[in-house]
Ligand binder design. Sequence first.
Ligand code: DGL
Length: 281
Amino acid sequence: MIGVFDSGHGGLTVLRALNERLPERGFVYLGDHAHAPYGDRDAEEVYNLTLENIERLFRMDCRLAILACNTAAAVALRRLQRTWLADAWPGRRVLGVLVPVVEAIVCQPWHVEEPNTGPDAPQETVAIFATRRTVESRAYVGEILKRAPDVLIVQQACPGLVDAIEAGAPQDEIHGLVEGFAAELLELMQGVLPDVAVLGCTHYGLVAKAFRDALPPGTALLHQPDLVAESLVDYLARHTEFPASRQDAGRLDFLTTGDPAHVSRVASRFYGAATAFKALS
Ligand code: DGL
């Protein structure tokens, strides 16, 4: 089984894409709803919570875990990979959700860190909506500008939006919040319109329609879950040490650190399909 982790409901957007693209695989989804949102926590807390939950997935025998959480990926992933993973869990891997998005924007593979100066060198204006912690980490900005220095990036934090989604807030409240954040970003841009917008928090994918409605029609919305799914397909083709197992094919397990009844109710509404969460045992 492949583990998929998020602070709460947001990673379900990624899980859906993974399940569609990799039907021969089984997935365990773990939402740390008891501690969501992560986006306003300090970096040390995000690191410790992320490590604890990845360890839970590993103990359930997931050999590969996807951090379907931009905040955790931006703040904790590199540190986990460099200082903990190889010693604590040799042979296991943790992948994040930033890399496929950065690759799509800079039009080159991740391992190429030199600036893209080819004919397809991107010169666009990119808007990034994310949690406060992801924005402050400047992870997207640093990784994109290193490879595509002519891209103009404007970041917009959206405090309160994850809480509203986690609580199952009504559509008009969500739309009102998103309109406010989009208006703040457009004001910052002083008349320049974004060519591309990244919903750099997996929760925001659950309310993508509100972003679509609030942004100029010419702004393309990058679909992070599809990019992550494509990237995992490619990764698994190159890493045959993580083979599919026939008995896991199509299996989806949903686990939460929170209240399973409440989580299942809210998740099914946003996810668009029934999700029966169980409490972590
Ligand atoms: N969905 C997560 C992200 O992609 C975390 C949001 C939060 O817990 O604040 O950033």
